[in-house]
Design a protein around this ligand. Structure first.
Ligand SMILES: Cc1ncc(COP(=O)(O)O)c(C=O)c1O
Length: 298
């Protein structure tokens, strides 16, 4: 249960968000059992469940690979079983539907009280709700991508290529969240830089070092992302200090992966030379890791 929205107000319908796969825990899958149990509890207390389904297909493939009772099910059947554990879904199409742009909001109950609001917001901010501001070409790509994205061979290749990066890192002794998840590799920045305290953002240092080394664009999934405690204003100490390499679909080849691994290895070899991290010079009130500015601590 990744996130519980507590406040019910005009901007918020309240509910539980299940993000499949778990984006901030290394892209690890959410089991069908977990989804079912959460949904049962939420039904009992009349709490709506939203599935953040950006990586629904990888999640289904992991369920097939790891849950013995689902071994014989098709990906489509598993996907259906997962979506039975939610009242609505939000989905960025740029991940498992393998398109350049667009997404979907799906609501099980066409008469749900919040659906009018969703439609009104869509019309105001995106475009009429049947196309959400997308052109016909992109909608057609999305329709095709939803099928291509659940092809079992494709999913096996996709998950296998992330595992390949993990195996190369294992050989080099480079620490990451293991076993590798579905959509990327999460390097363990706390192990790269044990000399750096959490409030100098080890995950962000590693991200910057990778960019300097080989132009690789990654992001912190650690204390920098966590932000400040809303009650005390103090920096939150994250349980993990990760640097996420989300691997895009249809773009990278094996030689790209090899180049990335070489770059990571160079940064790993010079890890002891890092003496200080970064301080934030400006941050927005929410989701600061997308916009904040930083400077190196001298
Ligand atoms: C799980 C998940 N949900 C939603 C999003 C947002 O996607 P978009 O940038 O298409 O809005 C992301 C982006 O990485 C994601 O990983």
């Amino acid at each position: 249960m990744e996130q519980v929205i507590k406040e019910k107000g005009p901007e918020n319908i309240g509910g539980v968000v299940m993000t499949i796969t778990n984006n901030s825990a290394g892209g690890q899958p959410v089991s069908l059992r977990n989804l079912r149990e959460v949904y049962t509890v939420c039904k009992k207390y009349n709490i709506p469940v939203n599935i953040d389904a950006a990586r629904f297909a990888e999640n289904a493939m992991f369920i097939k690979m790891r849950e013995p009772e689902c071994k014989e099910m098709s990906i489509k059947e598993i996907v259906r079983a997962c979506f039975e554990c939610g009242d609505m879904l939000t989905m960025s199409g740029k991940k498992d539907a393998i398109v350049n742009m667009g997404g979907i909001i799906g609501v099980r109950d066409g008469n749900a009280p919040f659906i009018l609001k969703i439609k009104a917001n869509c019309i105001s901010y995106e475009g009429f709700y049947t196309y959400g501001g997308l052109n016909g070409r992109d909608l057609e790509s999305l329709a095709v991508g939803l099928y291509e994205g659940i092809d079992e061979d494709w999913l096996r290749y996709r998950i296998g290529s992330i595992q390949y990066i993990g195996e190369c890192l294992d050989e080099l002794g480079i620490p990451y969240q293991s076993p590798a998840g579905g959509h990327g590799i999460f390097l363990d920045a706390a192990k790269f830089y044990p000399q750096i305290p959490y409030n100098e953002f080890p995950g962000q240092i590693l991200s910057i070092e990778l960019y300097k080394e080989c132009g690789l664009r990654t992001c912190d999934i650690g204390s920098f992302m966590m932000g400040n405690d809303p009650d005390t204003g103090e920096q939150i100490k994250s349980m993990n200090e990760f640097t996420r390499l989300a691997i895009p679909r249809r773009v990278y080849t094996q030689s790209h992966y090899d180049m990335v691994i070489e770059g990571i290895n160079e940064v790993w070899k010079r890890r002891a030379s890092i003496k200080h991290g970064y301080r934030i010079t400006w941050e927005p009130p929410v989701l600061r890791h997308f916009q904040a500015t930083l400077e190196p601590i001298a």
